[in-house]
Design a protein around this ligand. Structure first.
Ligand SMILES: [Zn+2]
Length: 309
């Protein structure tokens, strides 16, 4: 009998789930869309169906537990999402207990970026490192902090919301109520908004702005300025993180990584300039790219049942 756990990554429009064994071998992976316009019950049914399918294939006996990563602010004790831009229909629903009851197996709820940080620590760029921070650069910016091999959740479960650290005093307003949040100046959404404001084109993606930055033209120069803002904003956040934690590793993941060559030099420069700890530990502190891509959340979520015992 193979012992395994199921990890799920629940997004705004799709869900993915994987069966992964204790050594990190991915046994199976499925993905599908969530019918969120049909409401909460339809989404819960989709989740239960996906997990049940994996459990039937790999056997209920070997199933150690289920971890579910969701975007948003989590209350761990109650097992619910209190605030999520992507999953408003699941807000304040005791989703952990609903799933546990329907599946008859223990379910652990976790923030998706926290799960991704744990996944990278277990099987990705952070293997062998006990302490790290991960930033996921997407439509927003998620953060996860792992220390001593465990996720730092804080007292309620809302720790690691690094995307909402202020990097610009009175900067762009954010849905969280703050102004100048990191994710308003360094996410893919922020890149697209800047491109629009600089009249580089409408509805450009961060990939388009990356391609533009490679051009030796006026538009290329503007695109490189956008990546400079992204890099400097990330550098400020990194300096604060390094000053706070003195961890050896800070990882970045997400769809903007291809533009690393344009934003990372600015990020490194600002992080060095603003963090004594970074300068003093230059050989022992790394800011690097994550390696698991969008599998990180699945690895982390499936590791939770083993870690939580
Ligand atoms: Zn915010």
């Amino acid at each position: 009998m193979v012992e395994y756990a199921i990890g799920m990554d629940l997004g705004g429009t799709n869900l993915r789930a994987a069966a992964i064994d204790k050594t990190g071998i991915l046994l199976d992976k499925i993905s599908g869309s969530t019918k969120f316009e049909e409401g909460r019950d339809a989404v819960v049914s989709d989740i239960v169906a996906a997990i049940s399918r994996l459990r039937e294939t790999h056997g209920a006996q070997g199933l150690r537990g289920i971890g579910v990563g969701v975007p948003g602010f989590i209350r761990m004790k109650e097992g619910l999402i209190t605030n999520s831009n992507n999953l408003p229909y699941l807000e304040n629903v005791p989703i952990r207990d609903v799933l546990t009851n329907k599946l008859g197996t223990r379910v652990i709820l976790e923030n998706d970026a926290n799960a991704a940080a744990l996944g990278e620590q277990w099987m990705g760029a952070g293997r062998g490192v006990e302490d790290l921070v991960l930033l996921t650069l997407g439509t927003g910016i998620g953060g996860g902090i792992v220390s001593g091999g465990r996720i730092i959740r804080g007292s309620v479960g809302m720790a690691g919301e690094i995307g909402h650290i202020s990097v610009v005093p009175n900067g762009n307003p954010c849905g969280c109520g703050n102004q100048g949040c990191l994710e308003k100046h360094a996410s893919a959404t922020a890149v697209a908004a800047m491109a629009d404001l600089m009249q580089l084109g409408e509805n450009l993606t961060s990939k388009d702005v990356y391609d533009l930055a490679k051009q030796d033209s006026e538009a290329g120069e503007k695109a490189r300025q956008i990546w400079q803002v992204v890099g400097e904003s990330l550098g400020m956040a990194m300096a604060s993180l390094i000053n706070t934690f003195n961890f050896p590793l800070y990882l970045l993941s997400g769809g903007m990584l291809p533009a690393w060559e344009f934003f990372a030099p600015h990020m490194m420069r600002v992080a060095k300039q603003r963090s004594f700890t970074f300068r003093a530990t230059s050989g022992e502190t790394r800011i690097a790219q994550a390696t698991l891509g969008n599998l990180a959340g699945l690895y982390g979520a499936s590791y939770l049942p083993w870690l939580e015992g």
